[in-house]
Design a protein around this ligand. Sequence first.
Ligand code: ADP
Ligand code: MG
Length: 723
Amino acid sequence: MADLTTKLIDVVGDRTAKVLESGIGARTVGDLLRHYPRRYMVRGELTDISELKEGDEVTILAEVFSTNARSLRGRKGTILEVVVTDGTSKLSLTFFNQAWRERDLRLGRQGLFAGKVGVFNGKRQLSHPDYELIPDGSDVDSAIDEFAGKYLPVYPATAKMPSWKLAQCIKLAVDSLDEVQDFLPEEIRKKHGYPTLKEALMHLHQPEDIDQADQARQRLTFDEAFLLQLLLVVRRAELRKLNAKSRPVRDGGLLEEFDRNLPFTLTAGQREVIAEIEGDLAASHPMHRLLQGEVGSGKTVVALRAMLAVVDSGGQAALLAPTEVLAQQHLRTITSLLGPLSHGGMLGGSENATQVTLITGSQNALSRKEALTLAESGQAGIVIGTHALLSQTVNFADLGLIVVDEQHRFGVEQRDALKAKAGLPPHVLVMTATPIPRTVAMTVFGDLDVSTLRELPSGRQVITTHVVPAIEKPAFVERAWSRIREEVANGHQAYIVAPRINATSSADADMDFLFGTQSTELTSVEDLAPTLESGPLNGLRIALLHGQLPTDAKEETMRAFSQGQVDVLISTTVIEVGVDVPNATVVVIMDADRFGVSQLHQLRGRIGRGSAPGLCLLVTGAPADSSARARLEAVAGTLDGFELSRIDLEQRREGDVLGVSQSGTRSHLRLLRVLRDESLIDQARSDAQNLIDNDATLAAFPALAHELKILQADENADYIDKG
Ligand code: ADP
Ligand code: MG
């Protein structure tokens, strides 16, 4: 008898075991049983042949309608044409020099047929399909009883293993199963009315009815969510056990002075989040908090207040930005919000004042050296930087807080590299560029506490978004340029975003997973600028910005733009996140269909930051009825970043939804879909939390502890792989 760890060789024999290993990577009974059916075919319910499309790899259930074997004209050999039907439509199967198959494929027999749909003489066909006939009354050979049930599982097949051969192997494995150790605590299993693990595996592969299969699938999906949440809950509990320096808010400090001089009133949402963060900072274990907020909701000032609280306690804060443009902007914004409070150490300044410094990869040796000294001596209470902050040469006197701005560009590894620079584990605040649905946050950032800023500061004006179809309505594009002229005439500024730097550079947009390698004529910054300068935007002050410009040039351009010395900034997506110039009121996005939904929402978030209404124009050559156009209409239809993020994620593969931060666990997620299985994830989270609250080491659940260890080991292995 076998259990889940039994080698397949002992169950299916040497040769088949090899095929299973190379085909689907299965070595043990457990591996094989985790190769779940994609769907079921019901004996007698034939597949709708009219739906088959040329090029599809299909497995269909059909009935033999006619057979016809003949010699090939003028050549040696025979051709057997078998026509199968679903009762309405027909499909032909062709076999060369296999006329003997006619004996098998008798009229009226039903079978599974697998192959790639081709077209010959205008008719769809499968040539040399694999097939397996369903036993009927006339079959004495009861050995083929893998089809005994009414429901035939259809597996993701490989070239060497059609679905029913897998079904045969899986049947052998299921039949050989002895006891299966169920790692799911019985109390949880019973509460949800789930079958045992053994029942679930048997029912999923060989259901007696669809309900049974559904329940099995529910249970196995829950297992995935539960183990993942358990991993995250345990990790969170472990983080809570670490010691950190408590940084309670101090009276009469820098923070208090800052608040007095703040030019606006904090929103209720900001105050709420600030209270949560201050509570965390005062604790003697490290904060691990995710701050997600709508674009423009004012995350920076929230983070800055946390940094100031840490400075007041004698510590330092590091602010990690995803791009140089953003790091430079943070330096400008923070220094100007602080005013004289950033002149620490200078004569006549406030006693509470500190210094703010910047570390980036491309700054010159002298300014880098100065910045390194300020960080190492502790004179700089706030150190802003790009990934250059992670370099070994950067040291801190007392790093108390790490703020990661616009998280989706930073991985866990980078965060960890920075943590290594502090004595005791520092407090960590992560801010996301894109608000994401709750269960995705729970899964991707499940070891973090989450704060959400939904409201925008009051006084914000509406942003209107229009799709501009460049091909159908070229006059609309002309109108876009004149709208820019009008805004500039009113003292405002504009962004124009293009997907490429120049004709030869690759696209700087994120929809390549949809477009593959297909190359289209895309607008580039360097081509667009002279055309507009000498044409529709003649006379306006225009500047270019993209990632390949030298640091100084980028810095100078952004500074000039934010001070109103440039009217129109023509840029790549380097301005995608974070850039904050409230006087800008228009953004025109060229080839908008090449950008992801969340990316467009972020780009649009560059405007509507001040007191004047904003206009966002999405220029596209995509045809009116295309899915690309539908995506753009969705962006035009709402300003709700959470909703758009959902639309965005729905179009991505599950792996992309989870992102790099979960790559180790990803291979364990076969059934779970974070967007679809929300209530299941919620349930799994609270079950995992309760369990750990009562039994932190899972002492009473050895099988579960073992399963968790496997998952943790895979995560770590994956982490090490990435170096
Ligand atoms: P994001 O959350 O997208 O990072 P920012 O932090 O850049 O947003 O804030 C957007 C703009 O709103 C900034 O110009 C900031 O100074 C301003 N702001 C932040 N909080 C408030 C507030 N409570 N009232 C008015 N303006 C605010
Ligand atoms: Mg920001």
